[in-house]
Write a protein that binds this ligand. Structure first.
Ligand code: NAP
Length: 458
């Protein structure tokens, strides 16, 4: 490869991108999910590098794919039988160019370095897109909360935070929830942080309960934000959500509030799922039942069909994409929508696919959507409403104010609108008209890369 300062031509720029990508894969050959997330960004940014050679000269690509810090630690805890269990905890502090590290914690048995790095990498660009001063981070543990008692969850969270508390703080790194980490877990984590520090620092975690510094509308923010984004996509086509058939995967935090807002705007949600299978109700899902089963009782989605016999439960969650719909919202987990599912959706006439989950579509599935000119909303833009309201929660904590639901919701709508329009503008500017995946990657990347340039080689 030519010297960085001498790279000019289109071929040389592509060689530079390929060189960095090969190095990422060579260094950590087992981190497939992380490679996939890097690939999505690298696929979009060649025209940006052509336009601004300073990014190459200062080797921004190689710097941006290397986390500033990756922490792994032992999380020992005692189960209800008195046995000592050991899990592995993680926190990646990926990039602090535009603000303190910010990103959720995931408790799921599949968590490993690759998953945490892909999520942390995505988070850098998502956070930049919100327009708020927050850097990128992510964390979690390979702990499975399913089937655990409240006491076990509490002891695990306390042990996890005993170590994590050494690395975070309101101006350093501010975790939140993600898969397996909701209000209950954030409560236990916050309690332990407060005890370790001996001070009440509300701004150290977001997604807190309303009694101790949480923000109204944070619980709803990711799902509502996703639908506000879809509303903008449809609006540009002279359409609305009214009367559209919607299929949503998952039945967790993101899915439930995406369903709620979609229904409020007149859409009909006909299916949702969990990791065991999906429920289908042609007449429309009863969201109160889903909330009761999932938020209150922590039960399986299959039980929905026992309460509503007109609905059917089908085992195996991937089959959900065979249901004909206008709008598909993958809101469960990474790589849940593959190329076959994408082809089925397209053949069945899907008009919009918007990613509520992080990286739910495989690279091949995305290619199918783009080839067929399906309106495609990428995760880093569509699900940015959650972290955006988390940043509003941080703002309320530092000013010791609390805003009404309506105020927060209004700001969320504005933010989602801006993310949509900024992504679209970037796509148009760099000759990818209508391609929101390129647009979102470019808009997020340039903001972080410019801040890195201004701060020198650190
Ligand atoms: P959650 O509340 O824990 O819910 C996850 C849901 O997905 C559960 O219903 C889970 O079912 C289901 N699920 C997991 N694997 C599945 C599979 N293979 N097929 C079908 N369903 C499956 O988590 P969440 O907070 O909603 O997060 C969902 C996604 O959104 C994740 O990708 C997360 O990173 C992303 N996200 C979340 C936020 C946020 O604010 N929460 C913000 C941005 C992005 P089981 O109960 O059977 O496991």
């Amino acid at each position: 490869m030519a010297l960085l300062t001498e790279i000019n031509t289109s071929v040389e720029v592509q060689n530079y991108i390929d060189h960095v990508f090969e190095k990422v894969k060579r260094r950590d050959p087992n981190e497939e999910e992380f490679h996939q997330a890097v690939y999505v960004i690298f696929k979009s940014i060649k025209p940006v590098l052509m336009k601004n050679p300073a990014y190459i000269k200062h080797n921004i690509l190689e710097r941006i794919v290397e986390p500033e810090r990756l922490i792994t630690f032992r999380v020992p805890w005692v189960d209800d039988q008195g046995d000592v269990q050991v899990n592995r905890g993680y926190r990646v502090q990926f990039n602090s160019a535009i603000g303190p590290y910010k990103g959720g914690l995931r408790f799921h048995p599949s968590v490993n370095t690759s998953i945490i790095k892909f999520l942390g990498f995505e988070q850098i660009f998502k956070n930049a897109l919100t327009g708020q001063p927050i850097g990128g981070g992510k964390g979690g543990a390979d702990f499975d909360p399913k089937g655990k008692s409240d006491g076990e969850i509490m002891r695990f969270c306390q042990s996890y935070m005993t170590e994590l508390s050494k690395h975070i703080g309101p101006d350093i790194d501010v975790p939140a929830g993600d898969i397996g980490v909701g209000a209950r877990e954030i409560g236990y984590l916050f309690g332990q942080y407060k005890k370790m520090r001996g001070r009440f620092e509300a701004g150290v975690l977001t997604g807190k309960g309303l009694l101790y510094g949480g923000s109204l509308a944070r619980k709803e923010a990711t799902g509502y934000g996703a639908i506000y984004f879809v509303k903008e996509m449809l609006n540009d086509q002279g359409q609305t959500l009214a009367g559209k058939k919607v299929v949503v995967s998952g039945s967790g935090n993101v899915s439930i509030y995406a369903m709620e807002k979609a229904m409020e705007l007149g859409a009909k949600v006909i299916a949702c799922s969990d990791s065991n299978g999906y429920i289908y109700d042609e007449k429309g899902i009863n969201l109160d039942t889903v909330k009761q089963l999932k938020e209150v009782q922590r039960r399986r989605i299959s039980e929905y069909a026992l309460i509503h016999p007109e609905a059917s439960f089908v085992e195996g969650s991937s089959g959900i994409w065979s249901i004909p719909c206008d709008i598909a919202l993958p809101c469960a987990t990474q790589n849940e929508l593959d190329v076959k599912a994408a082809e089925t959706l397209v053949n069945n006439g899907v008009k919009v696919v918007a990613e509520g989950a992080n990286m739910p579509s495989t690279a091949d599935a995305i290619a199918v959507f783009l080839e067929n000119e399906i309106l495609f909303g990428p995760a880093k833009a569509v699900n940015a409403g959650g972290v955006a309201v988390s940043a509003l929660e941080m703002g309320q904590n530092s000013s010791r104010m609390s805003w009404s639901f309506e105020e927060v919701d209004k700001k969320l709508q504005e933010i989602m609108k801006n993310i949509y329009h900024n992504s679209l503008t970037a796509a148009n500017e760099f000759n990818k008209p209508g391609n929101l995946i390129s647009g979102a990657s470019i808009a997020g990347f340039t903001k972080v890369a410019d801040a890195m340039l201004e701060q020198g080689v650190i």
